[in-house]
Design a binder for this molecule. Structure first.
Ligand SMILES: Cc1ncc(COP(=O)(O)O)c(C=O)c1O
Length: 404
């Protein structure tokens, strides 16, 4: 057998994989090093409700245990368990999205849905219109498939509503789709119905599909969530949603895609994504059975969770807006705030600010440019899932840090 001679230091990797970045977890690596040195870190950086005082509803946990004990431990249909797909189609009626189980595909989290959609739409030279700022995998996976993520402006002065003129200006013959992320991670905006209708008109004019990531649809405070798929008429829409946040199942890895496409513009994409789904066999089985119970069982944990989060949001914005160097718009949905920092000459950029704050005060947020350099720079993202006393202590530390 030939023995490998050590002439290179490491095996080289592809330029494709080097495009993958995820600021949300990258900063955690720095915090872990500090923990190894004995520091205690307050994490206000990851949108994982079960990490804080929110727990998966008991009837959903029981359904999972039952599913395992009753033998649902095998590969399921690649498209997903039919009864779950039916339950999702029923739920969609609540938002006036007319779809059937044939329009639904179960995925291993919304994350896998993002991967599937971009694999089908993006190749070298493609452009994909993404709100700036936006959830990082939409940017990273577009690059991974050799495309260019093009950020359209969410206007901070307009409480982060999308700037429709800017969106229009960014459409070219290479554009492959428009992403809607509402309620948005990281800025928390809920796109108004007027803006959604404008986007439908624009997509219709340029014959572009709309992709809508609706994972925070139940996380709204004053206003109601409206799905663009209920307004889209003949414009094709691909929606993504999942169980991670609303049903507190982040670790269970379960989500879904749906297609709202009365004119059949998406038939090819739908078939190609089905083949992608077959190659990875199926989404987690027992979780799919439990998800049926999640959708059809009691929903009372949701208003309780929203009431707690609303208090935490209000407290977060109040504390941040009391600081001279910080300005924070009040988010309408999700559980993130995205304040702007006036850094003066003290810090080079938002990343340096966040790392220095972590090292001196052991509080971790994510730097804004991790959500898209163009519109995220000069900001940071706060996850306000933590209980009030934790938030209070963290903001006392931020205040102290800024004063020095
Ligand atoms: C906007 C958005 N989409 C998708 C995801 C990932 O969802 P999942 O846990 O279903 O993969 C997240 C997670 O934070 C998110 O914020």
């Amino acid at each position: 057998m030939m023995k490998m001679k050590k002439v290179i230091s490491t095996i080289s990797t592809t330029s494709r994989i080097k495009t993958i970045e995820y600021a949300i977890r990258d900063v955690v690596a720095i915090a872990k090093k500090l923990e190894q040195k004995g520091k205690t870190i307050t994490y206000l950086s990851i949108g994982d409700p079960p990490k804080y005082d929110f727990d998966t509803p008991q009837h959903v946990k029981d359904a999972l245990v039952r599913a395992v004990n009753e033998g649902h431990n095998l590969y399921e249909d690649s498209l997903g368990v039919p009864e779950l797909r039916e339950a999702i189609a029923e739920r969609a009626k609540k938002y006036k999205i007319p779809i059937t189980k044939e329009d639904i595909l179960i995925t291993t989290g919304v994350s896998e849905g993002i991967y599937f959609i971009l694999a089908a739409l993006i190749e070298k030279g493609s452009e994909f219109l993404i709100p700036g700022p936006s959830y990082p995998p939409w940017l990273s996976y577009t690059k991974f498939f050799d495309g260019d993520p093009i950020e359209y402006k969410l206007d901070e002065e307009d409480n982060w509503q999308p700037d429709i003129d800017n969106l229009r200006q960014n459409i070219t013959e290479r554009t492959r789709g428009i992403l809607i992320l509402s309620p948005n991670n990281p800025v928390g905006v809920l796109y108004s119905e007027k803006h959604l209708k404008n986007i439908v008109d624009l997509a219709g004019e340029y014959q572009l599909p709309i992709i809508t990531d609706e994972i925070y649809d139940q996380f709204v405070y004053e206003k109601k969530f409206v799905s663009i798929a209920s307004l889209s008429k003949d414009v094709p829409v691909i929606g993504l949603n999942g169980f991670s946040k609303a049903y507190l199942m982040t670790g269970w890895r379960l989500g879904y895609l749906y297609y709202r496409d009365p004119e059949h513009y998406l038939d090819d994409i739908k078939e190609d994504i089905k083949r992608m789904a077959r190659i990875r066999l199926c989404a987690p089985g027992p979780q799919q059975i439990a998800a049926i119970a999640a959708l059809r069982g009691p929903q009372d944990h949701i208003p309780k969770m929203i009431a707690k989060l609303r208090q935490r949001r209000d407290y977060t914005c109040k504390r941040l807006n009391e600081l001279d160097q910080i300005e924070c718009k009040v988010p309408e949905g999700a559980f993130y705030a995205f304040p702007k920092i006036n850094m003066g000459t003290r810090w080079k950029d938002d990343k340096e600010f966040i790392i220095e704050l972590l090292k001196t005060k052991q509080v971790l947020f994510v730097y804004g440019s991790g959500f898209g350099a163009k519109y995220g720079a000069g900001h940071f993202r706060v996850v306000y899932l933590a209980p009030l006393p934790v938030l209070e202590e963290a903001f006392d530390k931020v205040e102290d840090f800024l004063r020095k």
